[in-house]
Ligand binder design. Sequence first.
Ligand SMILES: O=C(O)CCC(=O)C(=O)O
Length: 280
Amino acid sequence: MSQLALSPIDKVASIESKDFKASYFKPLRPLILEDLANTWPALEKWTPDYFKTQHGNKQVKVYDASFVKPGEHYMGGIKTMPLGDYIEQVMTTTQDLRMFLYNIKSEIPEMVDDIIFPTLVNGFSKNFVFMFFGCKGSVTQMHFDIDMSHVFHTAISGKKTITLFPYEQGKNLHRYPFTCRSYVDVHQPDYEHFPGLKDAKGYQVVLEQGETLFIPSGYWHHVVYDEACCSISLRCSNSTLLGKLHGAYNLLVMQMVDRLMNKLFPERWFEWKELKALQL
Ligand SMILES: O=C(O)CCC(=O)C(=O)O
């Protein structure tokens, strides 16, 4: 069976704001920025020892693949544990166990001082600074960010393989209705179950420590943790009225319907979404 059509992503050592806006931000093209985070104190400071000694007692929610399965853990964590214990698991095990969308601004505000907000574009959110952590072997399933923000995703430590598709490829990815999710596995594509994948055109990159990936608004992304990895996502609001309305609809209507239906009829609702997703 043929390979997925995946192109490499442009990489720059540095870029002027006007060039970034013209060539990547406005046309919604992903980019790897090598220098965006190179002066962040976080890169040196956030070692396993730092997390254990400074914030080890902090209770954190952890996630696995049940995040995308119907039932009680759908769109939620599987358990809460001390950060120090989680870091120990990250350092010593291979398994799918992640911290996801952990807002350091509200949870551990002093950590935000270890980050420098970029000046490439305006509109960075200072209130939502999300940290992601994963053991080697963790997977973040294919999705796009529900609020339609642009995302600047920096690997603070470790590396991960990220596969991206533009928003318009949702049909080829068999998007599940009322969600921002797809259940395709880009590393072992099942073309019989998901025939649209044959026509999907995207990008793939191994994001190395210190690099930042610009994920334009609405881009689908699937992440495999090749190593234990800690990263930060800075969000930049969608500046178009249509983008803002789209994000608000997703959050306030689409997500609510999906969560309610999962609560009421988990299996039947999931089966209905799958049926629709497979009807290309
Ligand atoms: O790296 C990850 O595990 C997920 C990142 C992500 O989904 C995001 O930054 O929006």
